[in-house]
Design a protein around this ligand. Structure first.
Ligand SMILES: *Cc1c(COP(=O)(O)O)cnc(C)c1O
Length: 443
């Protein structure tokens, strides 16, 4: 059985997460429901923190909040001693509303608006990760207006391509993100930034991709980034104090996935930093990383109720659940694969091969192809695993489907952390102009 963290099958043959029987959760909160195993989130965070502690390097582990950004999650990240990456005013607002310490917030993104920058300056965030020349000058001007000098890292594209799905690799040269290292743009950017008086250049940032299962890409990125740091020291007499190696640490979505333990990635990065810096006689910088998926991904499970089915003899059997691409667009976007169980009859023999469809008006709205389940009946509960990252975060209201609730489960208790959307939420921003109102027409 494919189970993570505190998940298990209880004596009734029901899936249990965080000590909560998911059939009870379905009763209490309805479906679809995102269930987050809080103990597992904390465990993952601690694995990163602990791995760094053993390296002896100064460090920050910034949770990439875009993976799952809600206020309760920001609280957990803070309690676990993590920093926080945001990429928009909405994520920044969420973090600030949750009381997350501004000085531990890092602002990413390739097109930060002036309003977003001002909001972050006013909040007093810890660092801007600057993506391009326009932003360098804009940030410098806006910081100067406020009489501030702000910490920046410059995002560089080191020309390292991690082995992953094309759509989610960002370290190669042809990317919308960052200053290119290979063609000298990154050097010019640092030279420019050093000359801007309201910016304090701490160092550089690189993010080579997502769902990475090997350390080689990180090692190569460290070598390139460290060599660049040495070049900047030698040619511009400026010493980086921070190297940020980004996120992208892989997780196990399906049986065949073999991610490395978190500590192995951290150790490899730390070793590479130490070795390259010692060889170049470069003072050991602070090392920052930005895990998103690997903090929250496998802690999330989506619970659905099965509705209809369609058997096409000799072709396949579809079963349809009460959610779909609205709560999990990843299969449609990336052909992502997931494992699932029939949560109310988890010990029953797997004697049917089915494909799990969503309820949206879109043929691509499929969650899982060819899944082995017990003979499925309408009303059964299907639990899809590893949906913690980029599911709620990417959820939409397509077909005006209401976004599901999110619960944190821990030690037999379930706490609602995001309420299910209401019909009022669905029409809440709609406006019928006077001339289209029914009363106006009848008058
Ligand atoms: C998306 C992203 C991350 C997090 O990636 P994961 O694969 O979720 O770990 C970290 N840093 C940057 C710059 C990103 O764009």
């Amino acid at each position: 059985m494919f189970l993570h963290g505190t998940s298990k099958i209880n004596s009734k043959g029901h899936l249990e997460i965080g000590g909560c029987d998911v059939t009870d959760l379905a009763q209490e909160f309805g479906t679809p429901l995102y269930i987050v195993d809080e103990a597992l989130v904390r465990q993952r965070a601690r694995e990163f923190m602990e791995a760094f502690r053993t390296t002896g390097l100064r460090h920050q582990v910034a949770y990439a909040s875009k993976a799952f950004c809600v206020m309760a999650m920001c609280r957990v990240a803070e309690e676990e001693g993590m920093s926080l990456d945001v990429v928009s005013d909405g994520e920044l607002y969420t973090a600030l509303q949750a009381g997350f310490p501004a000085e531990r917030i890092h602002f990413h993104g390739n097109n930060k608006t002036p309003e977003e920058i001002v909001m972050a300056l006013d909040a007093g965030i810890g660092c801007f990760v600057v993506d391009n020349f326009d932003e360098l000058h804009l940030l410098n001007a806006l910081a100067a207006d406020k009489g501030k000098r702000v910490n920046v890292l410059l995002r560089i594209t080191p020309g390292v391509e991690a082995h992953t799905h094309d759509y989610i690799s960002t370290g190669q040269q042809d990317s919308k993100f960052g200053f290119d290292l290979g063609n000298g743009t990154a050097f010019t950017a640092i030279e420019t930034a050093i000359g801007l008086s309201s910016l304090k250049v701490l160092g550089v940032h690189s993010h080579i991709g997502s769902q990475i299962f090997e350390v080689e890409g990180f090692r190569m990125a460290v070598e390139k980034v460290a060599a660049f740091a040495v070049e900047i020291r030698d040619r511009l007499n400026h010493t980086f104090t921070v190297l940020n190696l980004g996120g992208g640490f892989g997780i196990r979505y399906v049986e065949g996935d073999q991610p490395l333990p978190v500590g192995v990635y951290v150790q490899a990065i730390a070793d590479a930093v130490r070795t390259t810096c010692e060889n170049a006689n470069f003072a050991l910088p602070e090392v920052w990383i930005e895990p998103g998926r690997s903090i929250i991904g496998d802690a999330g499970t989506t619970l659905y109720t099965v509705g209809t089915s369609k058997d096409i003899p000799g072709v396949r059997k579809y079963i349809a659940v009460d959610g779909g691409m609205t709560d999990n667009p990843r299969p449609a976007l990336y052909e992502s694969k997931y494992e699932a169980v029939l949560a109310n009859r988890a010990n029953d023999t797997l004697n049917e091969l089915v494909s799990v469809a969503g309820k949206c008006c879109e043929s691509g709205d499929m969650l899982i192809w060819d899944l082995k389940l017990p003979a499925v009946q309408s009303g059964d509960l299907l639990a899809v695993f590893c949906t913690g990252a980029y599911n709620y975060a990417m959820a939409s209201n397509y077909n005006r489907i209401r976004r599901p609730a999110v619960v944190f489960v821990k030690d037999g208790k379930a706490d609602l952390v995001v309420a299910r959307e209401t019909y009022h939420n669905i029409v809440g921003n709609d406006i019928i102009p006077q001339r289209l109102q029914k009363e106006a027409v009848s008058k």
